[in-house]
Design a protein around this ligand. Sequence first.
Ligand SMILES: C[S@@+](CC[C@H](N)C(=O)[O-])C[C@H]1O[C@@H](n2cnc3c(N)ncnc32)[C@H](O)[C@@H]1O
Length: 212
Amino acid sequence: MVILVTHNRHSYNRQAAGYEKRWKAYLDHTHKEFLRRIEVRKADRVLDISCGTGLLAEELIKRNAPFGELVLNDISEEMIAIARQRVGEHPNINFIDYPADQFPEPAQLFDLILCLNAFHHYGNQKQVVEHFHTHLKPGGRVCILDWNRIGLFRPVNKIINWITPEHIETRSDREMKALLTQAGLTIQSLDIWPFRYWRFFYFEAKRITNIE
Ligand SMILES: C[S@@+](CC[C@H](N)C(=O)[O-])C[C@H]1O[C@@H](n2cnc3c(N)ncnc32)[C@H](O)[C@@H]1O
């Protein structure tokens, strides 16, 4: 798993400067779709688990999302450096740099975990989803938008896998649903849709309290 993280870190460090330009259409689409589905509630403690260059954080600030604290995490020093330049001045934003499957014991839990365009990069995905559960407050929510390995996207995904240096392990919506459910999370919503040759899913899942 350490090797996978190193591959991803190096690859994103190399592409950080050109990332937004190269992937503009893709990023515009996925960010728009994510933003219209997620709901940040008043004083929420929010984790963006793979924040990249901080595009999502910037948009949340522009839209006056009422978070109490927004924690931006990423393993790539170069991606997170751009995020720092972009939103680092904000008083309620903090930065951390853990691999998604190696999060430490939580000192403080989150109301909302955001995972955009990144789940397919994680090594131990079962562990990541268990971390989602243990790092959420009871009643807390996780929102995930990622590639959906179904239909014609399967062969495309294979080609992407051959030509990119990053670790890529894409899930179908069925597999993702099973992962979330097995970790004790309750699915609140699921959308699937195509965009160009990609297929996407959006999941919102909740850590249910004992009394719900
Ligand atoms: C495609 S980018 C998405 C960034 C951002 N969420 C966005 O939509 O612009 C994937 C991000 O995942 C990060 N990443 C890759 N492997 C990771 C891991 N194991 N743990 C945490 N972040 C990881 C990369 O450094 C990169 O910034």
